[in-house]
Ligand binder design. Structure first.
Ligand code: EPZ
Length: 418
């Protein structure tokens, strides 16, 4: 078991290159079983969610090798269509494997993913959309069994722009007969990345990034080599770290427009932000004003995956802020940990009432989920004194070499074996 030991109060300066996007690489790995040909996904991040998805693919019979940071998937030997329950529980987002397994094998089965620390996370939108494509679904003893001998394109409308459900439909429909039109689709940049990858394999998908995606079914897909987009949530996390600590930094690899709302909020806090191509520069005095209101929404709204990090920033700023979490029911579980650091936050349902205390102080902190854990690290970086952060398994799911990248920016942070 490891812990991070963080000496707060160091300004951050320099540049950091972000990893390929976790939330793009995962659906791309799922898409790789749509073809029996070799697929290479370049520069995949060394994070445990990617390792878990690779284990799922191997469990299906595919060969997955990592060479110099690239993932090479050869799935001509894949014969199984069942995702083991242990892995579905470990990686909830593996549910979008249903779409690619149905397209490949006309059958798919996985354990019901169930809730997690940030919310119930139902999959009704996924299953209703698959049924529109002709998929027969039986839910029995905690498992979901899907079967469809002949996938037929259809008109589908999502009641809510679910990222995973949008991806599941794209994966299931690329080899369906005829045309599928998906309305109410999620517009996240990761959806556009999946479209580009599928089209590189010979699929006919268009409209990603808007709320209507059209998929023309094709007979078969070829292999592909693909460099995923960079991780805008990782980038945002480092921008917030610099805002909290004070200093001047640049984050390389992410376009400003994929983080427009965050940049707008950081300017409200008093940071200077400059964007050019895929470079974002930030300058901060470290003495920040609270945002009056932050409300998470589907893209292009404020990203829920940066909510915890911005709440931590506001907790140590001056003034007051309302943080409203509209996407997940229980995404404030990290707040008691911030309160150990002197944060003055009251959570009522989906709203956190934050009264900025100017600066937090050290504490022993325990991560409970991926982005809440990142928020604790950022809070410790800006706090007085030396904090410890444990249960790093959560942050290691989504941040490759977190302490190395922060140390390169001047943070006093080290990972210690307990
Ligand atoms: C993706 O999760 C991301 N994960 C999440 O990032 C991200 O927070 C989320 O999108 C929203 O942007 C990956 O891409 C691997 P949703 P997903 O389906 O697809 C409800 C991180 O920290 N819903 O858009 O699971 C759901 O309960 C992770 O990197 C239904 O009601 O998110 C939630 O309230 C966390 N029924 C809302 O929609 C469904 O069938 C958004 O969920 C599906 C979803």
């Amino acid at each position: 078991m490891d812990k991070l030991v963080i000496e707060g109060g160091k300004r951050l300066c320099g540049s950091v290159r972000v990893q390929s996007a976790k939330n793009s690489v995962l659906p791309l790995l799922a898409a790789s079983v749509l073809t029996e040909k070799k697929v290479t996904i370049r520069e995949v991040p060394a994070i445990s969610d990617v390792a878990c998805m690779a284990e799922i693919l191997r469990g299906l019979g595919a060969r997955v090798t990592f060479t110099e940071g690239d993932a090479v998937i050869e799935s001509e030997g894949a014969t199984s269509h069942v995702i083991p329950s242990r892995l579905t529980r470990e990686l909830r987002s593996s549910v979008f494997m249903l779409g690619s397994l149905l397209a490949r094998f006309h059958r798919a089965a996985c354990a019901y993913p169930g809730g997690c620390d940030i919310g119930l996370r139902p999959i009704d939108l996924h299953l209703n959309a698959l049924k529109r494509l002709g998929v027969h679904i039986v839910e029995r003893e905690g498992y979901i069994f899907c079967e469809c001998q002949h996938m037929q394109g259809a008109e589908i409308v999502l009641d809510f722009p679910s990222v995973g459900a949008t991806e599941n439909v794209m994966l299931a429909a690329v080899k369906a007969e005829g045309r599928t039109v998906l309305g109410g689709a999620a517009k996240e940049p990761e959806i556009v990345d999946l479209q580009n990858f599928l089209n590189a394999m010979g699929a006919k998908v268009r409209g990603a990034g808007t709320d209507v995606i059209e998929i023309e079914g094709v007979e078969r897909l070829s292999g592909a080599e693909y460099l995923p987009m960079k991780d805008r949530i990782e980038a945002g996390s480092y921008l917030i770290a610099c805002a909290v600590c004070g200093g001047e930094a640049e984050v390389l690899g992410v376009k400003g427009e994929t983080l427009a709302l965050l940049l707008h909020k950081l300017r409200e806090n008093g940071c200077k932000i400059h964007t050019k191509n895929d470079k974002i520069r930030i300058a901060s005095t470290g003495k920040l004003r609270c945002n009056r209101r932050i409300e998470t929404m589907p893209f292009p709204g404020f990203p829920t995956d940066l909510q915890a990090q911005m709440t931590a920033l506001n907790a140590g700023a001056e003034g007051g802020a309302l943080v409203v979490e509209n996407l997940f029911e229980t995404r404030f579980k990290y707040v008691p940990e911030l309160q150990k650091m002197g944060a003055d936050i009251e959570v009522r349902g989906r709203t956190a009432f934050v009264r900025g205390v100017g600066r937090l102080h050290e504490a022993s902190l325990v991560c409970g989920d991926l982005r809440g854990g990142a928020a604790l690290v950022l809070a410790a970086l800006g706090a007085e004194g030396t904090s410890e952060v444990t249960e790093l398994i959560h942050v290691d799911r989504g941040y490759a070499d977190l302490e190395g990248k922060l140390r390169a920016l001047g943070a006093r942070i080290k990972r210690v074996r307990m």
